[in-house]
Design a protein around this ligand. Structure first.
Ligand code: NDP
Ligand code: HSE
Length: 447
């Protein structure tokens, strides 16, 4: 159960007349926060009905040029001037990673500072511990920007949907990969050019491998899943496959079949069993998630009372992310100014098990190159049949006369993942199969 916890006077954060903000990091997101803070100074003070002042920013290199002008005196390489300063009430962590962010956030909370963070990796790996610590210390820990950039999804699950028993989340929660997949599908540019564009626009993580390998999306799914299903989720148990092996050819074939290709993060709960997975899917063009293009993110939540609800918006970039970070700062500042309530997260210790991906049942799409000669199709169909994988359609797409080979696109009815793995491995061992270029799960529209 999520509960509202009223702060006792004894646990009230001690603050000066001004509400002091300290920041850890001043990169893409930090610069967006600075810009929003400067441009909205008057309205922020009016909203909070109390002056809110940025005091210090901890960075690695104070001489580095910043995307938004910042006075030299504001920057420091001494973290204590942020996390230990008596004139800082709210610490805003926009550094990323776990080391040293975990120690700095933990120490801030122990120093009775409220914390706002955009760090999905930290919240996925240490979130529950930090939320519990914050509650014990009587301070707020808010992390709206950690999932979906500017989309208000964390607060919606924690507060606005809390009457629901949530049983499904399907989400496009990595802006970089959605941007890359959209560019590949719509502009027919190749993967590496689309990735360069995403990096130059500030969407990608400092190590873009976290984006394209699906890891960033697993962190976000772990955060949403923990809040929605009220349980600790071990990120390592989320099945994860990235987008690096998708080829332009798959986009063309998928389109001809009436599908788009998206990287989906999916979490479902049935009784006490969870399935948690991040991987590319073929998704029917009639599914609203198939139409979510560019850096836009979308999170579809299904609950027993509300049915289905979709949150959609810009999922990365300095300004959309600053919308979430600054809104968290404002919420906490209002609390401090009014000496009022804290939003706690309540019990997040439900005992649920995670179903292994091998038990999944799904439809599948295969693309393979085979020898173009009599009997090959029958032999291939035999492998599917003997593994209990039922073929729904077979299309011979292209023929390479020089090499006497043909490209086949095969779709299946629902089959068990472990049977599909066996099928792939048997196909790969056949002399008449020149290569299994791809096999992708086909996502079915759920009502
Ligand atoms: P950047 O790499 O652009 O910025 C990181 C900042 O942290 C830099 O200012 C850097 O200092 C500082 N920093 C990093 N390590 C240290 C350290 N050891 N000591 C002191 N300072 C350090 O990251 P982003 O702004 O893109 O991301 C920040 C966080 O926000 C991450 O958790 C990310 O996942 C999250 N996020 C990012 C979004 C985006 O669109 N980029 C969207 C939503 C969330 P210096 O500048 O001196 O090198
Ligand atoms: N790299 C992340 C993305 C930033 O592309 O979605 C937002 O968390």
């Amino acid at each position: 159960m999520l509960v509202l916890v009223r702060m006792k006077n004894s646990t009230k954060v001690k603050h000066s007349k001004e509400i002091g903000i300290g920041m850890l990091g001043c990169g893409v997101v930090g610069s967006g926060v600075l810009k929003a803070f400067n441009e909205k100074k008057v309205s922020i003070n009016q909203l909070v009905q109390h002056p809110v002042k940025l005091r210090k920013i901890f960075v690695q290199d104070t001489a580095k040029p910043r995307d938004w002008p910042v006075e030299d005196s504001m920057l420091t390489t001494n973290e204590d001037l942020v996390i230990g300063a008596s004139n800082v009430d709210v610490v805003v962590e926009v550094m990323g990673g776990v080391d040293p962010a975990y120690d700095l956030v933990k120490q801030s909370i122990l120093n009775r500072k409220h914390v706002v963070t955009a760090n999905k990796e930290l919240m996925a790996k240490n979130g529950i511990e930090l939320m519990e610590l914050a509650e014990q210390q009587g301070v707020n820990l808010l992390f709206e920007a950690s999932v979906g950039g500017g989309i208000p999804i964390v607060r919606s699950i924690v507060r606005d949907l809390r009457a629901n028993d949530i049983h499904s989340i399907r989400a496009i929660i990595n802006g970089t990969t959605n941007y890359i997949l959209s560019r590949m599908a719509l502009s027919e540019i190749d993967y590496s050019d689309a990735l360069c564009d995403a990096q130059s626009l500030g969407y990608a993580e400092s190590d873009p491998n976290d984006d394209v390998s699906g890891i960033d999306a697993t962190y976000k799914l772990a955060v949403l899943g923990a809040l929605a299903f009220r349980t600790k989720i071990d990120v390592a148990l989320i099945y994860c496959e990235g987008i690096q092996n998708l080829s332009l050819r798959d986009f063309q074939c998928a389109k001809e079949l009436g599908y788009s290709i998206k990287l989906l993060a999916i979490a479902t709960k049935e009784n006490s069993l969870l399935t948690l997975r991040v991987h590319p899917v073929l998704i029917a063009e009639t599914d609203p998630l198939s139409k979510v293009d560019g850096v836009v993110n979308a999170v579809e939540v299904q609950g027993d009372l509300i049915g289905k609800v979709i949150f959609q918006g810009p999922g990365a970039g300095p300004l959309p992310t600053s919308s979430a970070v600054v809104s968290d700062i404002l919420e906490i500042s209002r609390c401090i100014a009014l000496e009022s309530t804290l939003l706690g997260y309540g019990n997040l210790s439900n005992t649920l098990s995670i179903e292994p991906i091998s038990n999944l049942t799904s439809k599948y799409y295969f693309r393979l190159w085979v020898k173009d000669k009599p009997g090959v199709l029958a032999a291939i169909a035999g492998v599917f049949g003997s593994n209990n994988v039922s073929i729904a359609s077979v299309l011979q797409k292209r023929v390479d006369t020089e090499n006497q080979s043909a490209e086949l696109v095969i779709t299946t009815h629902r089959a068990r993942e472990s049977s599909v793995w066996n099928t792939v491995s048997e196909l790969k061992s056949m002399a008449v199969v020149q290569g299994v270029s791809s096999f992708i799960r086909v996502e079915e529209h759920s009502d």
